[in-house]
Design a protein around this ligand. Sequence first.
Ligand code: ATP
Length: 288
Amino acid sequence: MITTSALQVRYGDTTALHPLDLDLPAGRIYGVLGRNGAGKTTLLSTLAGFRKPSAGTVTFDGVPVFDDARATTRICLIRDDGGLGDGTDTLRDILALAAMLRPGFDSVYATELMDRFALPRKRTLRTLSRGQRSAFGIVVGLASRADLTMFDEAHLGMDAPSRQLFHDELLRDYVRHPRTVLLSTHLIEEQSPLFEQVLILHQGRLLLREDVDDLRTRGVSVTGPQAVVDDFVFGLTVLGERQLGPTKEVTLFGALDEEHRTLARRYGLQLGPVALQELFIHLTGGAA
Ligand SMILES: Nc1ncnc2c1ncn2[C@@H]1O[C@H](COP(=O)(O)OP(=O)(O)OP(=O)(O)O)[C@@H](O)[C@H]1O
């Protein structure tokens, strides 16, 4: 269990995290969402013990994470910049170092992943492309098998097939070796199938924490002939709309009451799930 108590982080005059009390039980995959500057990187790097809290505490199974190897050897944070040295080491050397430092590191699995991502072991990190560097970070993050594994926008620059491989591998390895995973991302629709629970940060505060399945019920899409849909949604909170010829799809915020469900059936309107991204945009203040 990772626990924060009145955790606060300031950079000079900027408060990146307002006092935050959070318990994250082990053995789940959490999505950490938030707009630019919401505090995601600050939170993850503080949970990893990379950054000292300005106030409050972070503990992992009761051990303070900052400057305590009992906790930090069990935690792995992969950042969008890789964070794997100055770039002059070869991938082979970085993997050897990770194997030395991390008690759970699986070198056989790392080799398997290196092949699957087609990464060249003898090259230095700085000679890799952006996407290859990210893929290498993913290899280190997965093969570390750390009890708390965090990926902070770690997929940056990776192409769609590589990201798919990352997601498939994460789920496959998570089932074999359950651990706590935090994924910070702006690719909400793409990564949401991985999440069990979502944390939304907004302006340095925890705006929402909810199981993904519950979050999805906070909205509904309505599809049907334009005029009928327009009548139906009058007075309701519209998040977005799409038109395809005479058919219109409107995304609504809030669960529909029984009266509206009956009306929808009567008029032959289709009700469906809503994209998490649309809910996220609405909850964090709209597209403006
Ligand atoms: N080293 C720093 N010095 C001063 N302010 C900082 C520093 N790092 C972050 N901040 C500020 O703290 C706030 C939170 O930043 P953080 O990087 O945690 O956000 P984020 O949610 O990860 O954003 P993004 O999605 O853009 O990566 C922002 O207002 C940011 O400008």
